[in-house]
Design a protein. Sequence first.
Length: 304
Amino acid sequence: MRLDGKRFLVTGGTGFIGSFVVGGLLDAGAAEVVVFDVEPRGDGAEISQERTRLVAGDVRDTDAVRHAVEGVDGVFHLAVLPLRPCADDPRLCLEVNVVGTYNVVEAAADAHGRPKVVFSSASSVYGDTQATMDETHPLDGRTMYAASKVAGEYFLRAFQDSQGLQYVVLRYMNVYGPRQAGGLIASVLARLRAGESPVIQGDGSQSFDFVHVADVATANLRAMESDVSGETFNVGSGGEVTVRAIVERLIDLTGADVDPVYDSETRVLMTRRVGSNDRAVRTLGWRPEIDLDRGLRDIVSAAS
């Protein structure tokens, strides 16, 4: 589907990834973007434009979701309770990530015109593995967050089979970038700005694929534009870097006069999570454009 002149709903649209998706849709000429969020923040440039409609709503509210979905051509479902809060409050995870996702998927399937859904899943569904994962890798997630994402993926399958709902699932690797409130890079920079040593759990050999939020937003747009439906794609940079290397690079870029502190007591939950992005590159015509060094430089420059 063409993006220009169309109407879209972005749940979690004022969040970290959601705000970049909204900006990308506006740049692509979308006629209107409905920005649906439980606590919408209208201070971003992409949110304040006249082609956006800010809606305060909760994905657990079926009536609010159904109203927001009506009349749109596509739905980007990004509203989520993140990993750590899911572990702290599993029942809230169930309500937001499972029931809330069901509400969005059901509303899309029942809506006039049946808008296509692009669902933000996560590499957490694969669990901890030394393999470089492609989309056929077994789902072995062991967290509530991972379980909730698997549930969302299977809801989409069910509604496609029963009602012909079109959808694409995107499994993100480690997303980073400007405006990120949490995560490794944000927490390390916060300590460096405070003149404190960053803390590394274990020996820092844990390795991940870090993908820039702008590239993730572009993957969302390509998924909506494509004729592909009922498919799942990893969204990652195609690279791999250790936690120790990230921390050392941030110390170098900020010029901080500190050394990292290693915490050998805290259990390391994940040792490696790296996925192949070949399928997304080949099928969606998407390719990440921002390498890690450029991304880190931009974040440090923006924060200084």
